[in-house]
Write a protein that binds this ligand. Structure first.
Ligand SMILES: Nc1ncnc2c1ncn2[C@@H]1O[C@H](COP(=O)(O)OP(=O)(O)OP(=O)(O)O)[C@@H](O)[C@H]1O
Length: 314
């Protein structure tokens, strides 16, 4: 890996804004992607993910703000493919070339020997025979593998991948997850966008959720998905609820004979113990899951945008 791992923040998006003739596609977006971690960049269609990534790799210019990759602008990196592997649109590869030709060209452009190609093909599980077929005959999944091979061939320390799981079958998705996990575990930085929420939930360490061009949540997946709250039950829930209420903890009945509260299980257990109430159930409330959080946050950002526009119209 060409990049030293000591620099922890490898991608820094700083107050980035992009407007297209009155449409603000990216609106004051700031986040980081760190070494050794997979950062999932999530958002509904049109949220601004691709626009952010295109600016990140110098394919589009910012209206305001900037993105630093390894402390520089992408366009200022002397040999960017050796530092950042990029896959933005797997279907944009030259359809008339073979997979091998595309990889050989990528290697030469980076000043690398073409002897890297067979090993890179193995890494993405494309056979020698497949590599000699023209890309126009490839399935979308094979194009994704070729795109990931092109991103990996320069042995970069950072990967920027826009919807890399698109078109992959379940085994392909598992394979990609393993490749990216191994890459991050070796100190690499992965930023990947996806609308496959469950896939991101499994693979990502950190999450950035964007809606209507704005970041609506970001942080460690564990922190974003952990719920505060407790499910608790005893043989006399009415007495338990009254006891908790006296201690300032509001509990409400939930489904089959239990109560829920926003307090911690430890606090709830201590109150019940002090009152001599034997509990039949005491557990942390289930995580709502990324999907619920995602829908909630993006719906909220849509409402905010509607009220902004209504305000502008007024
Ligand atoms: N070249 C362009 N000209 C005008 N508007 C654009 C252009 N590129 C993107 N947009 C608009 O910017 C917004 C963000 O688009 P973007 O492609 O970044 O979203 P996305 O999150 O990647 O969406 P998806 O998941 O559908 O790919 C959308 O409203 C889109 O229509």
């Amino acid at each position: 890996m060409a990049v030293a791992v000591r620099l922890s923040v490898m991608i820094r998006v700083d107050h980035l804004t992009k407007s297209y003739r009155g449409v603000t596609a990216v609106d004051d977006v700031s986040f980081c992607a760190r070494a050794g971690r997979v950062t999932g960049f999530l958002g509904p269609n049109g949220a601004g993910k691709s626009t952010t990534m295109r600016i990140m790799v110098g394919l589009s210019t910012a209206t305001a703000g900037h993105v630093d990759v390894l402390g520089s602008r992408y366009v200022d990196l002397p040999n960017p493919g050796r530092e950042i592997g990029v896959l933005l649109d797997a279907s944009a590869q030259h359809a008339g070339r073979t997979g091998r030709e595309i990889l050989e060209l990528a290697a030469r452009t980076m000043g690398l020997p073409v002897s890297r190609v067979p090993e890179t093909l193995r890494r993405v599980s494309l056979t020698e025979k497949e590599a000699d077929r023209r890309v126009r005959t490839y399935s979308l999944g094979m194009r994704q593998r070729l795109g990931i091979a092109t991103a990996l061939i320069g042995d970069p320390g950072v990967l920027v991948l826009d919807e890399p799981a698109n078109g992959l079958d379940p085994a392909g998705i598992r394979w990609m997850r393993d490749v990216l996990r191994e890459f991050a575990d070796q100190g690499g930085t992965v930023l990947l966008s996806s609308h496959l929420l469950h896939e991101i939930e499994v693979i990502a360490d950190d999450l950035v959720v964007i809606g209507n061009g704005r970041v609506v949540a970001q942080g460690a997946k564990h922190d974003l998905l952990s719920t505060s709250g407790t499910v608790v039950a005893s043989s006399d829930n009415a007495r338990l609820a009254a006891t908790l209420a006296r201690a300032g903890v509001k509990a409400t009945p939930e489904g089959a004979g239990s109560l829920t509260t926003s307090a911690d299980p430890g606090e709830v257990g201590r109150i019940a113990l002090t009152a001599g109430i034997a509990l039949t159930e005491l557990r942390r409330a289930d995580s709502a899951g990324l999907e619920e959080m995602f829908l909630l946050l993006t719906a909220q950002s849509q409402r905010e945008s509607h009220s902004r526009h209504a305000g502008e119209a007024a």
